[in-house]
Design a protein around this ligand. Structure first.
Ligand SMILES: C[S@@+](CC[C@H](N)C(=O)[O-])C[C@H]1O[C@@H](n2cnc3c(N)ncnc32)[C@H](O)[C@@H]1O
Length: 264
């Protein structure tokens, strides 16, 4: 068990704030650099065996389990739990992602409900579930403690979070230097996220593992990185040339952060 680190939550927020894109670069961006393309977050037709999936499965009842997926995207985290899960609730800020989540859940024949909005504000609409999952969302959340405390309050049994070991945009830092002569931050990290959660009194622990190589469509990835770099579409070939061939989003070094919720 780690000791508390009272400054961790403030450091987490400050390290995320350091990713702010300078105004002059942002002003020249032809499209918003933010947001995630649903094409890159489709659920796999056959669930991939991962530490996160295993930790969630072992907390679900053998039949009839409910799962709440916060920042669900296309539902990759929760659809991998069907069966035994019989009901999924997806929470996301993005209507396009929720539409993809609903489509994939229909295709899998599992009952589902969508809640559009920002966690934790929409937590009262989402209700409770046996297991709450939240994959690849934390690096979007400056105010981590209320986010995580609300995950815990929504779980009857367990919370399972998955994030990359370091901030997901760190692997593109060389491109920021190349295209904008700009140094980008090296963090925050999953270690710091754990410190924040433990300091908030949550009995969280981390397991690290290597994700599989993803057969994602490289054109979509290049387009997302080019957009994030605030560059016009005409420069996509330059971005493609600069991006390492093995670049994938998310990167392969993963952390599963999970805790059990006391019963009763
Ligand atoms: C990187 S995607 C991950 C999607 C999915 N969980 C996965 O692992 O494939 C992050 C998702 O979280 C959503 N999101 C980010 N912050 C959120 C918040 N505070 N409340 C609800 N959704 C959020 C985004 O709209 C996006 O769909």
């Amino acid at each position: 068990v780690r000791s508390g680190d009272p400054g961790a939550a403030e450091r987490w927020a400050a390290e995320l704030a350091a990713w702010r894109i300078p105004d002059e670069i942002l002003a020249a961006a032809p499209e918003s650099p933010y947001g995630f393309p649903p094409e890159l977050f489709r659920a796999h037709p056959d669930p991939v065996e991962t530490v996160s999936r295993e930790r969630a499965l072992s907390a679900l009842p053998a039949s009839g389990g409910w799962v709440l997926d916060v920042g669900c995207g296309g539902g990759r985290a929760s659809l991998a739990l069907v069966p035994p899960a019989v009901h999924l609730t997806g929470v996301d800020e993005s209507p396009d992602m929720l539409a993809e989540f609903a489509r994939a859940a229909d295709e899998r024949g599992v009952e589902h409900r969508e809640v559009r909005g920002s966690w934790p504000s929409v937590a009262p609409d989402a209700g409770q579930a046996d297991v709450v999952v939240s994959h690849h969302v934390l690096y979007n959340v400056p105010n981590l403690v209320p986010f995580a405390v609300a995950l815990s309050a929504a779980a009857r049994r367990r919370v399972v979070i998955e994030i990359t070991d370091t901030h997901p945009w760190v692997p593109t830092n060389a491109l920021w230097r190349q295209f904008h002569q700009l140094d980008r931050p090296a963090g925050p990290t999953a270690d710091l996220a754990l410190s924040v959660l433990v300091s908030a009194g949550l009995p969280a622990r981390t397991e690290r593992w290597a994700g599989a190589a993803i057969e994602a469509d490289r054109d979509h990835i290049v387009a997302m990185v080019r957009r994030r770099l605030c560059l016009p579409v005409e420069r996509e070939a330059e971005v493609a040339a600069a991006l390492p061939v093995d670049f994938q989003m998310p990167a392969r070094s993963m952390a599963t952060i999970w805790w059990d919720v006391p019963s009763g």
